[in-house]
Ligand binder design. Structure first.
Ligand code: NAD
Ligand code: MG
Length: 398
């Protein structure tokens, strides 16, 4: 029997790579549902090739996609809309695997719905886990969902941890011989830029990553190092590890995707060419291995690997994320929401690149922390942080 796959965010960069992997394994997997927010033509293209049963778009695109599906004689595809549609397909009884690849907070409710329905959830949408942390992990455990990391670093860590690593132990990592996680970072496009140069960075420059081709939001996050900050929080939740045991290592070649150190002095690394098809295929088939179009690593070509600590002076976002997870409560939610607003404002040229961490710092210092003990509290603070960030940006722009 083929497994039915639902791809949340099918028109994005992770969506692309997922469809590429699935196209190589059509005997094992069927594309059941796909979603897209902006690019309707791309969604039609996907429908023509992969013939999903359901497609989800925003309500205002419903008419357009209906007409285009008719034109292409794809009349059997059901069209659903908005968050209700996303939640419906993510928890659909016929779906086995959900790829959570919507960018940002918009992915939270559908990802949580997939977790609550006990699916195999391939987690790319790190913002959803950063926001909901303990709730998402508890729901996964309660509902026997398999929450597998697609983020290349977390997928690497998962591969380097003991095969029976159990996140429900108290004092989890040490009990299982793990002393530290080394979370690698490429350093982004401005690794060698001066503080002065960073003041004049344009959105186009920030979106041009040296090793990975990604969506615009995560590209900016990689450039500010906030991506690594979000990933630090993601690692703490996924592997039940304290932030002090996660060290960020800048490794510009992105060949080692992260490492796990053990109490006996061993360091295990997962290596490969930087291509998201590898972690996607790993999470899709785990514990089996399936083929991808990614060529094997040639160490005679990629023989030079460098490592250095991050520069917190030029890239303060990483430290803000560390402080947010140290404080706990809703602070990671506030960090994520204010970052989304700041990145948007930078991409629409309302603020400078170097203003991004300033906005986040302001919001973290303005919003009062409370325990993140319900989804309502999380969503309420997400909204409050967005409002606070927008007000600060407007005031600064006057
Ligand atoms: P992208 O911008 O290329 O794609 C985002 C997808 O989400 C698109 O399909 C878009 O239509 C959809 N979307 C955007 N806003 C939406 C909304 N409000 N409601 C519903 N759908 C919406 O982004 P990406 O690079 O594919 O990244 C997706 C997620 O995966 C992000 O959370 C990112 O951090 C994570 N991730 C990406 C990479 C990568 O290499 N691209 C690596 C690791 C993790
Ligand atoms: Mg990553």
């Amino acid at each position: 029997m083929r497994q039915n796959v639902c791809i949340l965010g099918a028109t994005g960069s992770i969506g692309d790579s997922t469809l590429k992997v699935l196209a190589q394994h059509t005997e094992q997997y069927a594309v059941f549902a796909v979603t897209g927010y902006h690019r309707i033509d791309k969604l039609i293209e996907i429908c023509l090739i992969h013939r999903p049963r359901v497609v989800v778009v925003p309500k205002q695109q419903q008419q357009e996609i209906w007409q285009k599906l008719q034109q292409h004689h794809l009349t059997e595809i059901e069209i659903l809309t908005d968050e209700d549609g996303l939640v419906h397909i993510a928890s659909h009884p016929e779906v086995d695997v959900v790829m959570a690849a919507i960018v940002g907070a918009a992915g939270l409710l559908p990802t949580l719905a997939a977790v609550r329905a006990g699916k195999r959830v391939l987690l790319a949408n790190k913002e959803a886990l950063v926001m909901s942390g303990d709730i998402m992990m508890q729901e996964a455990q309660k509902n026997n969902a398999l929450l597998l990391p697609v983020d290349s670093e977390h997928n690497a860590i998962f591969q380097c941890l003991p095969h029976d690593y159990n996140t429900t132990h108290t004092n989890t990592p040490l009990k299982q011989g793990v002393s530290q996680i080394l979370l690698t970072a490429s350093g982004g496009p401005f690794l060698h830029s001066s503080a002065l140069d960073l003041e004049h960075v344009t959105p186009a420059q920030a979106c041009k990553h040296p090793n990975w081709s990604m969506g615009r939001k995560i590209s900016v996050d990689s450039a500010t190092l906030m991506n690594k900050g979000l990933e630090l929080i993601e690692a703490c939740h996924l592997f039940n590890i304290c932030e002090s045991k996660v060290t960020v290592v800048v490794h510009p070649q992105s060949i080692i995707h992260s490492m796990v150190q053990y109490v006996d002095g061993s360091t295990l690394a997962q290596m490969g060419n930087p291509d998201m098809c590898t972690p996607i295929a790993h999470a899709l088939a785990w514990p089996k291995r399936i083929q991808t179009p990614v060529p094997a690593l040639d160490l005679f070509v990629n023989h030079h690997l460098d490592f250095q600590p991050p520069d917190h002076q030029r890239f303060p976002a990483l430290q803000l994320a560390r402080e947010a997870i140290q404080e706990g409560g809703v602070m990671p939610t506030v960090l994520n929401a204010s970052n989304e607003i700041a990145v948007d404002a930078f991409l629409s040229e309302k603020i400078k690149f170097t203003d991004i961490p300033k906005v986040i710092d302001y919001v973290l210092n303005t919003v009062n922390n409370v325990a993140a003990n319900s989804l309502d509290t999380i969503l309420g603070h997400d909204e409050l942080a967005r409002h606070t960030a927008n007000t600060y940006i407007q005031r600064k722009g006057q």
